[in-house]
Design a protein around this ligand. Structure first.
Ligand code: PBG
Length: 324
């Protein structure tokens, strides 16, 4: 006869539960996304991302110090420039805000922290798209690749360890790899936003970087349709073939099936991005007293790791590391 109470026996005490736990979250699994804004003297709160700020250069360095002390290995930088234009020139300007911040952090921390830079144009373009536009307003894939190559080289020259292209142009990983290698930055790695969906969960992020897509537009002509999973596997295969060192699925929770399928097929380090809307939903419900925000946060992160992610990019990094 099937033994009664078998599955509950090992759940009886905290020590037993810890002994049989299948998933362990540690600070080393976490990457903190950080925003640095040009031309400000005080950190600026972001209304839709409670607890997250646009940093000054000085407050960014202080934040990175505290994160490193908590055991977080890496930060992902996003820049908020003072001026935007059609080409997103601030993204590749040697004196652009992310390049300046990378140099600051490298000078201060040496190799004690892994510096990752998001590689895209949308924070820097006045039209808010991730690439250059054709005269008719479409995003021009191949012209954009040339810009991504310039951004990659600028970030590499400023001391980045890993560039993270997030624009979902076809061929972006190969174009960036070639540009880095040609300029003698062969040691810089690529974390490919390989499967990135056209998600409504990026809303608060766009507040964080002051991005509004022109004419009420969206990114559906370059980011993926949320209903497609096999296509995500094709996206990841393409990026791996083009030379990605690490791969990412984004967002995380609504795409745990995609994380699991990518994990089953690939052995490169796999990251998942718990995005701004996922964070804000927790904070908003917690502020209303409707959920225990910290418990939900830890449950989310554990679930993402259980699905197969090695690394989680998350605005919860500090709060999670503080208890791990
Ligand atoms: C594009 C980029 C976005 C995010 C990361 N990189 C926004 C977008 O694709 O519209 C979203 C991150 C988040 O929501 O936390 N540079």
């Amino acid at each position: 006869m099937f033994p009664q109470r078998r599955l509950r026996r090992l759940r009886r005490t905290p020590a037993l539960r810890r002994m049989v736990a299948e998933t362990h979250l540690t600070p080393a699994d976490l990457i903190a996304p950080l925003f640095v804004r040009e031309g400000i003297d005080e950190p600026q709160p972001i209304l839709s991302l409670p607890g997250v700020v646009q940093h000054t250069r000085a407050s960014l360095a202080q934040e990175v110090k505290e994160l490193v002390d908590l055991g977080i290995p890496a930060v992902l930088l996003f820049g908020v420039p003072e001026h935007k234009d059609a080409e997103g020139s601030g993204a590749s300007d040697p004196d652009g805000i992310v390049q300046v911040a990378l140099r600051d952090l490298r000078d201060t921390f040496g190799d004690d922290v892994v510096l990752i830079a998001d590689l895209c144009l949308d924070e820097y373009t006045d039209h808010g798209h991730c690439g250059l536009l054709t005269p008719s307003g479409a995003v021009d894939n191949d012209a954009t690749l040339d810009r991504y190559a310039e951004v990659a080289v600028a970030q590499a020259a400023a001391g980045v360890d890993i560039v993270a292209p997030s624009g979902m142009m076809d061929g972006q990983v190969a174009a960036i790899r070639d540009a880095l290698d040609d300029d003698d930055f062969g040691e810089v790695s690529i974390l490919a936003y390989a499967a990135k969906y056209a998600s409504a969960l990026y809303g608060p992020f766009r507040d964080a970087v002051d991005v509004e897509i022109a004419d009420g537009g969206d990114r559906k002509a370059y980011q993926q349709d949320p209903g497609n999973a096999r296509e995500a596997l094709e996206e990841v295969r393409a990026d791996v073939a083009e030379g990605a060192d690490m791969i990412m699925v984004k967002p995380a929770l609504a795409y745990l099936d995609v994380i699991a399928r990518v994990r089953a097929e690939h052995d490169l380090p796999l990251a998942a991005y718990h995005v701004s809307g996922e964070y804000s939903m927790i904070k908003a419900a917690a502020a209303n007293g409707w959920i225990d925000g910290h418990a939900v946060a830890m449950e989310h992160l554990t679930a993402i790791k259980r699905a197969g992610a090695d690394l989680i990019l998350t605005y919860l990094a500090r709060e999670a590391a503080e208890v791990l």
